[in-house]
Design a binder for this molecule. Sequence first.
Ligand code: MN
Length: 486
Amino acid sequence: MADYIIETAKGKWEVVVGLEIHCQIISKSKIFSAASTEFGDDPNTNVSFVDAGMPGMLPTLNAECVHQAVKTGLGLNAKINKYSEFSRKNYFYADMPTDYQITQFRYPIVGEGVIVIDLSDGSTRHIGIERMHIEQDAGKSIHDLSPTKSFIDLNRAGVGLMEIVTKPDFRSPEEAGAFLRKLRSILRYLGTCDGNMDEGSMRCDANISVRPLGAEELRPRCEMKNVNSVKFVMQAIENEAKRQIDVYENGGKIEQETRQFDPTTGTSKVMRKKEFAHDYRYFPEPDLPPLVLTDEYIENIRREMVELPDAKKKRFMETMGLTAYDATVICENKETADFFEAAAAGHDAKKVANWMMGDFFAMLNKKRTDVLHSPVSAENLGRLVELISQDVISGKIAKDVFEIMSETGENPDKIVEEKGLKQVTDTGAIAAIVDAVIASNPDNVAAYKSGKTNLAGWFVGQTLKMSQGKANPALVNKLVKEKLDS
Ligand code: MN
């Protein structure tokens, strides 16, 4: 991967980025109450007294959220901490009736881990995970329903979150983008977060700083808050790096601050200055005991882990002959990987992958659908590849058959049979067509015999055309040569 270096008239710079990602835990009820987590219900219908911050209400930790967090920690190749505890993070905000958030501070449930990211050139990089803790989400302020009033919806208040903090390991926008896609892929495989950034179930903050190329120091960073798409995170990093460089090169200083990125202008503005942990007056949550896990509990979850994208990718490359790039694309989501495996079963896996990467994905794109709703079933795609492998149809005819399959959903054997598309491998029949082509083109035959041997290709083309693409190309080649040279 080429280094991402920002070069100005005055010098060369590199960008240093760490990410903090809030991921909503998939669970039926909230992390400290029994209220539903359903997205899109009427405002304030999924709110318990605990979520509303009523006096005297006590939180109860949801075991399912702990289970999901441990599973996620294992998916991040991270250390699971058998001892963790909850703290109160104190701040006032209208959508948080308790005036504090229950989170984990000193002792998070998940420690250091690592994620392998896949870059566009097929190379990989390791990104360090610093920690992951669990906490409750806040409610939502709604400012666009009235010109004079704001509304509060507490349905989201108390929904469980996993906050994943990376090490400052990113050196380019591309790496940050690749990380978010990989993280989303892992979470979806695990079924612990749906990863929908546009619905807010995965929200990314980026801590961005720059330094002269080759420097070891970490300069003050600015935090880009709640960026809601992979593309915008990449744009925000690029824009912020340039802004900071500009400040430095004009003799200015960067101070730690929180900023808001506006995707419509591609720029950001300050939300608040300097903010440190001590501003929040963290203290241990008195209403919840420390969370203590046993080895047995962790091992039971480890046993139920599904095969994750990296392992699947490795297997597809080693046992099915896929390239790194093909395997990365096919393994990005579990449904596509499952479809591929079903289609490839018993057939030429590499050819099946080629078809998926080409005509198949193009067809899904065109129909604006996905692999789960594909009109072409995995079994039928496998059959199509088999028909090519068995020389029943040529690759060219197969494209026409695929076109019909994607309209009708029919199986390729039936289409080939009904439309009479079977490849002609009968030497006599093909020889007759070759003879006819030779007989009606004496000038080209003469030219060939006088040394223009590349005309053989033209005779092959004519023969294939007369056979409506059904003649076996290898046989046509052989017969054309034989007859022209005789
Ligand atoms: Mn947080």
